[in-house]
Ligand binder design. Structure first.
Ligand SMILES: Cc1ncc(COP(=O)(O)O)c(C=O)c1O
Length: 429
C-alpha cells in the first residue's frame, strides 16, 4: 500500500477510492472501513485529536487542541474498589488538559470529518442531530469557516452554541424529535452541493471517535480489559473495537480485544433488548414499542437513535460479538444517582449520556462483571459545560429556518439553495 490509507467494503471486499465515499458503490450495506499503511502508531506533533493523524483518513489537520484526555482515577476508583480505572474525558476541563469547548466527543468526529470533506469531497456537510453532534460541527465551522447545514429538533435549539461566532452555519429546526430531524435532513441533501455527513458510515467520524481508545491505551500502556460507553447509535462502540484491532496489529498494547460494555437509557433501549434476546435484528414492535413516547422519557435524549447501525456488517452486533461484549440499560434514577456520585468524586460536571455510562460501570462492579484489578476504560463522552461557561463566551446559533410539523421542504428549498450557492465555494481554513 503506498497511499496513507485505503477504504474497503466488508461485504464484497472491494477496494473503494475515497471521494468522501460512505457507501460501497456495489450497493453493499456493511460499514466501509479504513486500512492504514502504518501499522505502528506514531504520535504526531500536533495538538488534540490530530496527534493520532496516522490513523485518521485525512492528509492535513486543523489548528485545534480539542482531543480526548485520559487519566487514572483516584477518588472515584477508590470508592468503587477499583485499582486500574482510567477515565477518558471528552469535554472542557483545562486543569486536566481537556479543551473540547463544545463539551462532547462529537467534536472528535467533527474535526477529521471537516478535513475529509475539504480534501476528498466537494460540498457542504449536512448533519442531523439531537444537539451535541450539531453543536460540535458548528464549533468546528466557527474555527475553520467550513459551511455546514445542521438540522435539529426545535426543542434542542438551546444546545446549539459555540465559543466563537459562526458565519457559515445554516441551522434548521424541525418540529418533532431526533428521527424527524434525520428525515428532514435527508431531504435537505437532495439539494445540489449539500452532502450527508454519513453518520456511522463515515470513516472519519468512526476513526475520530476511536482516538479515545488510542489515548486510553497509550496512557495505560496497554489495551484495557473493559471499555464502558453509553450508546445511541453505537458508533463509538464500533469505533472503539476498530481502534483496538489496530492497536493489536501495532503489537505494543497486547493481543486481547477489550470487552465492550455498552449502555442505553430505559425506557428506550432497542439495542440492549435485541442483544439480550440474542438477535442480530432489531424488531421495532418488540425492542422499542411506543418509541415516539419513550424517546421523551429518558435522562439522555442523545441516546435515542431509532435506526442504529446494529445489524449491518461491521456494526454494533459484530463489535459486541467479537469482543464478548455486553449491553445494559440504565434507569433515569440510576443515571442521576451515578452522576452525583461521579461529580462529587471527580469534581467536574458531566453530560447526562456520560452519567448513563457511569451507572453501567457501577452496576457492573456491583454484579462482579468486572474484576477489581481489571484495567477499565470509562468513556466520559461529554462534560465541562459549567466549566466552559466560566471561561468562554458562548454564542447561540440562531436558526436560519424553522420548519413546522411535517411541512415539505419545497417551501424553503429555494432559500436553502441560494444559501448553499453563496456558501459552497467559499474557501475555508
Ligand atoms: C455525550 C454523548 N455521549 C454518547 C453518545 C452516544 O454516541 P454514539 O453515537 O456512539 O452511540 C452521544 C450521542 O450523541 C453523545 O452526545
Amino acid at each position: 500500500m503506498t497511499e496513507k490509507y485505503i477504504l474497503k467494503c466488508p461485504d464484497c471486499g472491494r477496494r473503494i477510492p475515497d471521494r468522501y465515499t460512505n457507501v460501497c458503490p456495489e450497493g453493499c450495506t456493511g460499514l466501509i472501513r479504513a486500512y492504514y499503511q502504518k501499522t505502528h502508531l506514531q504520535i504526531q506533533n500536533y495538538l488534540g485529536v490530530f496527534r493520532f493523524s496516522d490513523w485518521l483518513p485525512i492528509e492535513g489537520n486543523l489548528p485545534s487542541d480539542a482531543g480526548p484526555v485520559t487519566y487514572k482515577s483516584e477518588t472515584f476508583a477508590k470508592e468503587l474498589g477499583l485499582s486500574n480505572l482510567y477515565i477518558s474525558f471528552s469535554g472542557y476541563w483545562p486543569e486536566r488538559g481537556a479543551h473540547i469547548e463544545s463539551c462532547s466527543f462529537k467534536e472528535l468526529e467533527a474535526l477529521p470529518t471537516t478535513v475529509r470533506m475539504r480534501e476528498k469531497g466537494n460540498g457542504i456537510l449536512q448533519i442531523s442531530s439531537a444537539g451535541n453532534t450539531g453543536r460540535a460541527f458548528c464549533q468546528v465551522s466557527a474555527l475553520t469557516g467550513a459551511p455546514v447545514v445542521v438540522v435539529v429538533p426545535e426543542s434542542s435549539v438551546d444546545r446549539l452554541w459555540t465559543t466563537a461566532p459562526t458565519k457559515n452555519v445554516c441551522l434548521i429546526t424541525v418540529e418533532g424529535d431526533y428521527t424527524d430531524s434525520i428525515e428532514f435532513g435527508n431531504t435537505v441533501c437532495t439539494i445540489p452541493d449539500i452532502v450527508a455527513e454519513g453518520g456511522a458510515r463515515n470513516v472519519a467520524r468512526r476513526d475520530g471517535m476511536g482516538t479515545v481508545m488510542l489515548d486510553g491505551a497509550i496512557t495505560a500502556g496497554r489495551l484495557p480489559d473493559s471499555y464502558f460507553q453509553a450508546v445511541g447509535s453505537g458508533t463509538g462502540g464500533i469505533a472503539a473495537w476498530e481502534a483496538a484491532m489496530r492497536l493489536i496489529g501495532d503489537g505494543r498494547f497486547g493481543a486481547i480485544l477489550p470487552r465492550l460494555h455498552l449502555a442505553q437509557n430505559e425506557p428506550f433501549a432497542p439495542m440492549t433488548n435485541a442483544w439480550k434476546d440474542g438477535r442480530r435484528e432489531i424488531i421495532p414492535d418488540k425492542d422499542m414499542p411506543d418509541a415516539s413516547r419513550t424517546v421523551n422519557q429518558v435522562y439522555s435524549n442523545v441516546l435515542t437513535n431509532r435506526h442504529p447501525p446494529y445489524s449491518v456488517r461491521g456494526g454494533v452486533y459484530d463489535a459486541l460479538s467479537a469482543t464478548g461484549g455486553t449491553m445494559d440499560s440504565i434507569t433515569n434514577a440510576q443515571a442521576a444517582e451515578a452522576e452525583q456520585h461521579f461529580v462529587d468524586a471527580e469534581d467536574i460536571d458531566i453530560d447526562p449520556a456520560a452519567s448513563v455510562c457511569v451507572a453501567s460501570l457501577i452496576k457492573a462492579v456491583e454484579a462482579d462483571a468486572v474484576g477489581k484489578d481489571d484495567c477499565i476504560l470509562l468513556n466520559i463522552t461529554g462534560g465541562g459545560y459549567k466549566r466552559v461557561a466560566e471561561d468562554k463566551n458562548q454564542y447561540p446559533v440562531e436558526p436560519s429556518f424553522r420548519v413546522k410539523g411535517g411541512a415539505p421542504i419545497d417551501e424553503i428549498r429555494r432559500d436553502i439553495e441560494s444559501w448553499a450557492n453563496t456558501h459552497a465555494r467559499r474557501n475555508y481554513a
